[in-house]
Every structure is written in C-alpha cells, then in structure tokens.
Design a protein around this ligand. Structure first.
Ligand SMILES: [Zn+2]
Length: 100
C-alpha cells in the first residue's frame, strides 16, 4: 500500500520555485472513441495485425505476465498560481491511497 500526503511542498514549473501543492488522482476518464489514438488501435484490432495491440490488455498472448500494478494518473495543483501540472515520471503501485 502506497500512501502519499494530499498537501506537498514541491517544485512548481510555472512559479519556478517550491510551493505548497495539492495532489489528486485523475480517475473515470474514458478514452474518446473519436481520438486518433483510439482509431489507430481499433484499426489494428479489426485488421488482425500480429499480436499487438491486444484487444484486452489483461489477456496477453504467449505466456506474457499480466501487470499487477499500474501507473497512477496524478495531478498536482499549485496553491499560489492555481495552475496544475502532471509529473513526467508517474508513480507505479498496485494499491494506492491519498492521505486526507
Ligand atoms: Zn505555482
């Protein structure tokens, strides 16, 4: 279980300084069926291209192990400038919680 504090003092790319920031997890964001990324993936699945992309990523072919952890979609919001940003290297964890 990975628990991170809700309020953190981190570097803000906009202010170019360390400020107090709040973190939230971006969830329930479905992929748009009209996006280029989605259409490209669907075209590959429909045409029967090799083994990738997998129709369901949980069912990987040829003995590939299924990932038990996932990358978390975190968003930091600066309390001084009000702008939000996303870290380049995201956290990977199976169980994740933001401390209140
Ligand atoms: Zn800022």
């Amino acid at each position: 279980m990975v628990t991170i504090p809700k309020e953190q003092r981190r570097y803000c790319p906009n202010c170019d300084a360390h400020t107090d920031q709040s973190v939230k997890e971006v969830t329930n964001r479905s992929t748009s069926p009209m996006s280029k990324k989605f259409r490209k993936r669907q075209r590959k699945i429909d045409n029967g291209y090799g083994s990738f992309p997998y129709e369901n990523p949980a069912n990987r072919a040829r003995g590939g192990s299924n990932p038990t952890s996932s990358k978390k979609d975190l968003q930091f919001t600066c309390t001084e400038c009000g702008k939000s940003w996303k870290p380049r290297n995201t956290l990977r964890a199976a169980k994740f919680e933001i401390e209140r």
